[in-house]
Write a protein that binds this ligand. Structure first.
Ligand code: 5GP
Length: 107
């Protein structure tokens, strides 16, 4: 199996990369709910975040924390919201969404 997010992390499908390491990849959401909306994924395929091993889960959330800190510095916002939804793409991902006011959101 190869998900669309695996293809993005492998560079087979273009994306706007925000950050990456050996185990993770972060990129701009193609349909952002706010400017600077980033998706953080593990390169390893798994369709549900709570199926990850403790080590993979901790590594992913720590990487997402570092990306959120970078977003906070790059995008004017009050905070970076965090969401794990997973309705559309069966590959674990964390949404990081800069938030200013509720009026900025496009849910
Ligand atoms: P979820 O699975 O959490 O419901 O949503 C998947 C998210 O992935 C959506 O916000 C959607 O805009 C984003 N997405 C889906 N396909 C692509 C793609 O090919 N490239 C990028 N950058 N984002 C995508």
């Amino acid at each position: 199996m190869s998900t669309i997010f695996s293809k993005i992390a492998a560079g087979e499908i273009p994306s706007y990369r925000v950050a990456a390491d050996e185990r993770h990849y972060a990129f701009l959401d193609i349909n952002p709910v706010a400017p600077g909306h980033v998706l953080v994924i593990p390169r390893k395929e798994d369709d549900y975040i709570f199926h990850l091993s403790d080590d993979d889960y901790q590594a992913l959330t720590l990487f997402a924390k570092r990306v959120a800190e970078a977003i906070r510095e790059a995008v004017p916002c009050k905070r970076v919201g965090v969401a794990v939804i997973g309705l559309e793409v069966p590959h674990t991902h964390i949404h990081l969404i800069p938030i200013n006011t509720e009026a900025d959101m496009d849910f």
